[in-house]
Design a protein around this ligand. Sequence first.
Ligand code: AMP
Length: 286
Amino acid sequence: MHVLKDIAPARQWVRQEQRSGRTVGLVPTMGALHRGHLSLVEAARARCSSVAVTIFVNPTQFGPQEDLAAYPRPLQADLAACEKAGVDAVFAPDVETMYPGGVFTRVHVATLTDGLCGPHRPGHFDGVATVVAKLFQILPADAAFFGEKDYQQLRVVQQLVRDLNIPVEVVGCPTVREPDGLAMSSRNAYLVPAQRAQAACLYQALNRACTRAAGGVRRAAELIDGIRGDILAAGPAGIDYVEIVDAVTLEPLTAVNRAARICLAVRIGGCRLIDNVAVDMPAGPI
Ligand code: AMP
């Protein structure tokens, strides 16, 4: 496995693979790898002949009050996990390599970033869009793999690639969960045991709403109230938002009458958790 720290060798590695007739799959991460990340590696291995993982805790996507300093950085364990998963190359640059002398150019994807996490994390999606655009320049892969766990991010990256004509296929991959349903996240490590047990309520609440929708409840407000109630019944939590949005445009819906996504962000203890599920249009007349 190649461990690349600099831009020129990273680009050269991708070009060499492609010249040799191999397709390259890219899996961008911030490290602290778990089974969710490794599922993206598996998806990349299934579709491409070579796989590159990037590990970079991107400072431009963290707000000033957020957990940039505390974010886990177990690089040696991550490299071992990549090696074991059959990754061919890891790109793990430092901040100065990615942003020499600072940040002068920022990429902004409009509209999709107006709602959901956008207002709660000002500048976050600009940071994501900027670093992903840079990674696509540095590692011009054939396909790139992103988790549905970060559904808004996935939509932002799809839009970015379309708008900037970046020749990469963006592949969305299903959320990998703990046995109790909690979506795997590097940030789950911040939860103490009681909070960790409580956190299972998020997926349970989402699932209950899906069941209610399938049973004919279409009014978004009613479904959202149910989710909020279920979450607050499980223990103290700060709900940033619970929303039902169009699965493509991310515009809030008042009724589940097309392909939709229920998205939420909830703070338990000091830990901000996000999750989402697809909710299908229930059968029958509106
Ligand atoms: P992160 O390291 O948190 O920036 O995540 C890197 C990539 O892994 C993103 O595309 C995430 O959506 C994806 N990811 C994170 N957690 C999960 C999960 N539980 N299941 C599937 N993909 C995930």
